[in-house]
Design a protein around this ligand. Structure first.
Ligand SMILES: C[C@@](CO)(OP(=O)(O)O)[C@H](O)COP(=O)(O)OP(=O)(O)OC[C@H]1O[C@@H](n2ccc(N)nc2=O)[C@H](O)[C@@H]1O
Ligand SMILES: Nc1ncnc2c1ncn2[C@@H]1O[C@H](COP(=O)(O)OP(=O)(O)O)[C@@H](O)[C@H]1O
Length: 289
């Protein structure tokens, strides 16, 4: 039986402006999105019917799972010649602001497109995927960039930091819908995120970049604000909550300072990850013989 393996990477938001609440309840945003090395592993095999197993038992494997939703969407609109089983080693914490679910959905679409030889373009896959999650288009494109609109429009940009990134999960989930609902949109920021990321050095980001979703999370969870302070005390040039939280990351100039921060969080019992400078994800889907 043929088996394919692939990696599903996480993301972080380098700044996030919530510009406006639309009549639909959704929000118009601007955000820089880049990759981190925190990744889930997919093993996919041909099978009589669709099956999904996840190493993380707390994530549902029913129809609400984003892998199942992506699979069903592809089956409905493109069609499958045969079925597949998905076995996922889940490492990216869920509900963490790291886009793990969106990343899994995007990879499911990319895998089916390849295994079924369907020949859909990235923009066709994005049209399917955007309904599954705001970050799915980013994960289909596979390139860092500036997200605008509802977060679906990605303008590729060279914003992957040439620095170490320490990502730390505070051991509780944050609800994206709830955090957006509580945030106060601001249409008049002094700087655009694109301008700061493309024109300013990393040592200026702490003074110029904002994540408008931090305030509602910090108000409910003092710990998240404290971790951001701790990240800066450990020597980060820049620290911020990713997306709607709860993960906090720090961007570090020097490897030994980043490694010390990473190991310290681990010792305190928090899942953490270390991403190398200029990290590029391996987007290959490989056949395992
Ligand atoms: C905040 C961001 C930043 O990258 O990521 P996460 O922190 O979730 O990873 C995204 O905007 C989220 O992405 P994602 O988690 O895929 O959101 P979705 O499933 O599409 O939407 C969840 C809920 O968030 C709210 N939502 C989402 C996107 C948006 N532009 N405006 C919104 O108000 C809506 O209430 C929606 O029902
Ligand atoms: N394949 C999946 N991986 C992770 N979470 C999933 C998946 N499918 C559904 N979910 C659900 O989606 C929610 C958001 O997960 P995720 O996308 O990882 O977080 P975030 O939107 O904060 O980046 C979680 O509550 C989780 O139960």
């Amino acid at each position: 039986m043929n088996m394919w393996i692939a990696n599903s990477y996480g993301k972080i938001n380098l700044g996030l402006h919530v510009l406006e609440k639309l009549p639909t309840g959704y929000h118009r945003i601007e955000s820089g999105i880049c990759f981190i090395e925190w990744k889930d592993r997919f093993e996919v095999e041909e099978s009589k019917s669709f099956q999904l197993t996840l190493s993380d038992q707390s994530i549902p494997t029913d129809g609400s799972n984003l892998i199942t939703q992506a699979y069903n969407l592809f089956d409905k609109y493109v069609g499958l010649n045969q079925h597949y089983s998905f076995n996922i080693t889940k490492n990216i914490p869920a509900g963490a602001g790291l886009g793990g679910g969106s990343s899994n959905a995007a990879l499911t679409l990319r895998i089916l497109n390849k295994l079924e030889d369907a020949g859909l373009s990235d923009s066709e896959l994005i049209d399917f995927g955007r309904t599954l999650g705001a970050d799915v288009p980013f994960f289909i494109k596979g390139t860092p960039g500036i997200a605008t609109g509802l977060g679906h429009n990605i303008e590729p940009a060279d914003i992957q930091p040439d620095a170490w990134i320490v990502t730390m999960y505070p051991n509780f989930e944050s609800s994206t819908a709830e955090v957006y609902q509580k945030c106060v949109p601001n249409p008049d920021h002094d700087f655009s995120i694109k301008g700061v990321l493309l024109e300013e050095e990393i040592d200026q980001w702490q003074f110029l970049l904002e994540n408008d979703l931090e305030a509602p999370v910090f108000a409910n969870h003092e710990l998240v604000g404290n971790i951001k302070d701790q990240m800066l005390e450990f020597g980060a040039e820049f620290a911020m909550m990713s997306g709607s939280g709860s993960t906090v990351y720090g961007v570090f100039d020097q490897d030994f300072v980043a490694i010390n921060a990473y190991e310290s969080f681990h010792k305190l019992g928090f899942p953490a990850n270390l991403t190398r400078p200029n990290f590029k994800p391996d987007y290959g889907i490989y056949r395992k013989d």
